[in-house]
Design a protein around this ligand. Structure first.
Ligand SMILES: NC(=O)c1ccc[n+]([C@@H]2O[C@H](COP(=O)([O-])OP(=O)(O)OC[C@H]3O[C@@H](n4cnc5c(N)ncnc54)[C@H](OP(=O)(O)O)[C@@H]3O)[C@@H](O)[C@H]2O)c1
Length: 272
């Protein structure tokens, strides 16, 4: 029987590529998105409306899937965006939104899907985190901390769900050429004001990051890793994909905090 996959943030980037790739590999895909008009239908990719900031919306979408299937075999928590702001400029709403989507959104979808997987004694949950879930960068404190939280969710849930035969993994992508930098980076106006005391940091770092994302790896690599995780029940809890993740994550493990920070400062020219 074909396995059922639910993936959030499916209208672009890694979510879109993964939906198409898994459907070509024989899975039934429920492509969750805020706007189903953005999803091109094919037989095995079924668009479904879901706002991950609302438990009601998540539960309704899951209920629709359960009208046709007895299982959701694989959940891919992929939706997310990045806030670029100094901490001192942060607006309350910006701060809450970042965690509402990137962290609480993941928890809401898990909350709705886990009971089904638990009853079926089978499931795979894959959280799309980031290499910035293990590494901090200036101006990205809120995005960083949201992805650090996703790493924490993965670690805790693995224990909680193991006895129900539900695997939990996280993927830490480096920079990937998706719509992330073009459409889904939210910038704080004060931080980006030319009179900001952080203006030299903003003007030196922000274009470099945007450029690295827009020239990043191809999201098919993420899709392939997701298929590998699904097919291999011994797959490690967390895996890196993409050049930047493969460069920085092993370095992060090997070096002291101080030495690692020195290397990042040099690499991103952060020495002022
Ligand atoms: N691109 C990178 O360099 C990179 C690196 C590391 C990690 N990541 C992570 O990878 C995941 C996928 O990103 P991507 O690179 O594929 O970027 P993308 O093309 O911008 O896709 C992100 C998707 O997330 C959903 N989303 C964005 N803002 C949202 C909001 N405010 N509320 C709810 N959903 C929202 C959107 O889905 P809908 O419009 O369909 O609802 C969007 O299609 C994200 O979690 C991102 O943090 C990206």
């Amino acid at each position: 029987m074909k396995k059922v996959v639910l993936i959030t943030g499916s209208s672009s980037g890694m979510g879109k590529t993964t939906s198409e790739f898994l459907s070509n590999n024989g899975f039934i895909i429920y492509a969750a998105t805020r706007d189903i008009s953005k999803i091109s239908k094919n037989k095995n990719v079924i668009p479904i409306t879901m706002d991950i900031t609302s438990q009601k919306s998540v539960d309704e979408a899951v209920k629709i899937i359960l009208k046709k299937h007895t299982a959701i075999d694989i959940l891919i928590n992929n939706a997310g965006y990045g806030l670029v702001s100094t901490v001192e400029d942060l607006q309350e709403i910006e701060m809450l939104n970042q965690f509402n989507v990137n962290v609480f959104g993941v928890l809401r979808v898990c909350k709705s899907v886990i009971p089904i997987m638990r009853k079926n004694k089978s499931g795979v949950i894959i959280n799309i985190s980031s290499f910035l879930g293990k590494i901090g960068l200036p101006l990205l404190t809120l995005y960083n901390s949201s992805k650090y939280a996703v790493e924490g969710i993965t670690d805790s849930l693995r224990y909680e769900l193991k006895n129900f035969n539900i695997r939990v993994h996280s993927i830490l992508p480096g920079f990937f050429d998706t719509k992330f930098a073009r459409d889904n980076l939210v910038t704080n106006l004060q931080t980006f004001d030319e009179k900001s005391p952080y203006s030299s940091l903003v003007s030196s770092l922000a274009p470099v990051i945007v450029n690295q994302i827009n020239n990043g790896n191809d999201s098919i690599e993420v899709a392939q890793m997701i298929l590998d995780i699904i097919n291999d029940d011994k797959f490690p809890a967390r895996a890196t994909v993409g050049d930047k993740a493969k460069k920085f994550i092993p370095m992060r493990k090997e070096l002291s905090d101080e030495d690692f920070e020195r290397r990042v400062r040099e690499y991103y020219n952060l020495n002022g």
